[in-house]
Design a protein around this ligand. Structure first.
Ligand SMILES: [Zn+2]
Length: 73
C-alpha cells in the first residue's frame, strides 16, 4: 500500500458509527487546512511530513507525503 491514493470526496465517504478519536474525515480535513495554508501537514496514513503541491495557481492543489508517497488531491 505504498502508493495509496486518497481522493477528497467528502460526499462519497460512508457514514461511520461514532467512536473515540478523530475520524478519517477529521484527519483529512486537518491535513487539508495545513496544505492550503502552505504548511507541512501530518500524513493521515503514516504521520510523516506531507508537503503542499501546487498547480498553475498560487494555491495548493494537494499534498504528497515524503515518507510513504501518499498523495492528497
Ligand atoms: Zn505518509
Amino acid at each position: 500500500m505504498a502508493t495509496a491514493h486518497l481522493e477528497r470526496q467528502p460526499l462519497a465517504l460512508p457514514r461511520l458509527p461514532p467512536r473515540e478519536g478523530p475520524t478519517l474525515e477529521d484527519v483529512l480535513s486537518r491535513a487539508w487546512e495545513d496544505l492550503v495554508a502552505h504548511r507541512t501537514a501530518t500524513c493521515p496514513v503514516c504521520d510523516g511530513a506531507m508537503v503542499p503541491r501546487y498547480g498553475s495557481g498560487p494555491s495548493a492543489v494537494g499534498g504528497r507525503c515524503g515518507a510513504c508517497r501518499t498523495e492528497l488531491t
